[in-house]
Design a protein around this ligand. Structure first.
Ligand code: SF4
Ligand code: SF4
Ligand code: SF4
Length: 358
């Protein structure tokens, strides 16, 4: 354990903690941009500076471990000025078009500019015109490098959580941006990107956006519903976002007791939600008309009576072994349990299989 002083109060904390994690747990608010709970810290943004009262140094709290006897301040005039300068420098290299930006209302840079009262660029510079083109090389992710603050969160989640190694910083100086290896596109055939969307989810600005969600509404206009992805038995938790009763985005939930605590999702869970509101989706049962061969809409009562009558007839005429059931990994465990119960107990056959075994 280490005995430390924060803002004049003494605490005992584990000596393997960073100042940021210890201070936040003790209730001290330290602003950050490049930090995220599911990835390692790298001290890229310098917003989380704290003051070491013994040395007089300003230190990044996300990458500095606590040490015994440390005396720090997390809030004072000097720190506020330093943090404000860092944010002003980031904004001097930024388009500042919040009004039309997809991330408006869901942007950590915008939140900090508000908190620090930055209403106009503090520095002129040659970044008045866009320097990059917006990348739209695939149907899933739109990348606007002009809005990138080079925090590296997307790269770390891609490498540490998703383990795809699909993106890195490319180029140097003012030309630096996030990109795929060898300047290829994420959608290229030999790209290792699997379009899990975690880089988009973790980006603190509007640099990365979900392409299918563009123009579908601001974050605060979307209704959020926590749900379980129905595509496979892993049961990842997702936050479906809807507007006017239509799903427009699948977001991550970061919580320890989930099967996907780091907000993971695969391409199906992340982007395969359009079937929910698709006009071709069956919403009522259909019975095929024997004479015309056409399917006709009916209600559940008639459809189930039809099934029961025909099950009885087939069993009478051909026996229970004429039946077989194929269950689905997209159904719940309860549904799968019930279909085998129906086959074994009601019909009398053990001919049951499951698509996950194939
Ligand atoms: S990324 Fe954030 S700060 Fe930049 S234009 Fe968009 S909303 Fe504004
Ligand atoms: S979508 Fe997933 S795999 Fe592709 S770059 Fe982003 S984090 Fe990596
Ligand atoms: S794209 Fe987003 S997450 Fe990645 S470095 Fe830029 S601002 Fe950070």
């Amino acid at each position: 354990m280490a005995e430390i002083s924060i803002n004049g109060s003494s605490y005992q904390v584990d000596d393997d903690r960073t100042i940021l994690s210890a201070a936040r747990e003790l209730g001290y608010d330290i602003p950050t941009l490049c930090h995220h709970s599911v990835i390692s810290d790298c001290g890229a943004c310098r917003v989380c500076l704290i003051e070491n009262k013994k040395s007089g140094n300003l230190m990044p709290s996300c990458t500095t471990k606590v040490t015994d006897g440390m005396v720090i301040e997390t809030e004072n005039k000097r720190l506020r000025r330093a943090r404000k300068t860092v944010i002003e420098l980031l904004l001097s290299d930024h388009p500042n078009d919040c009004m039309t930006c997809e991330a408006d209302g869901n942007c950590e840079l915008q939140d900090l500019a508000y908190e620090f009262g930055i209403d106009k660029p503090a520095y002129g510079g040659f970044k008045e015109e866009p320097r990059f083109t917006i990348e739209r090389d695939n149907p899933f992710i739109e990348h606007d490098p002009d809005k990138c603050i080079l925090c590296g969160r997307c790269i770390r989640v891609d490498q540490e959580v998703q383990c795809s190694d699909a993106i890195e910083f490319v180029e140097r100086g003012f030309a630096a941006k996030v990109g795929a290896a060898l300047k290829k596109d994420l959608g290229d055939e030999d790209s290792s990107c699997v379009f899990c969307g975690q880089c988009v989810e973790i980006c603190p600005t509007g640099a990365l956006s979900y392409a299918p969600s563009l123009g579908e509404g601001r974050e605060y206009q979307l209704k959020k519903t926590e749900t379980t992805c129905g595509y496979c038995g892993v049961g990842c938790k997702l936050e479906l976002k809807s507007r006017d009763n239509r799903v427009v985005e699948a977001g991550s939930i970061y919580r320890d007791n989930l099967p996907n605590p780091d907000g993971e999702a695969c391409v199906k869970g992340r982007f395969g939600y359009e079937f929910i509101d698709h006009p071709d989706r069956l919403s009522r049962p259909l019975i095929k008309d024997k004479e015309s061969g056409e399917f006709k809409e009916t209600d559940w009562e008639e459809a189930l009576d039809y099934v029961v009558d025909n099950f009885r007839r087939i069993k009478r005429e051909h026996g229970a072994e004429a039946f077989g059931a194929l269950c689905s990994a997209r159904c719940s465990n309860e549904d799968n349990y019930l279909i085998q119960k129906l086959m074994r107990a009601a019909i009398g056959t053990h001919t049951i299989d499951h698509c996950a075994r194939l």
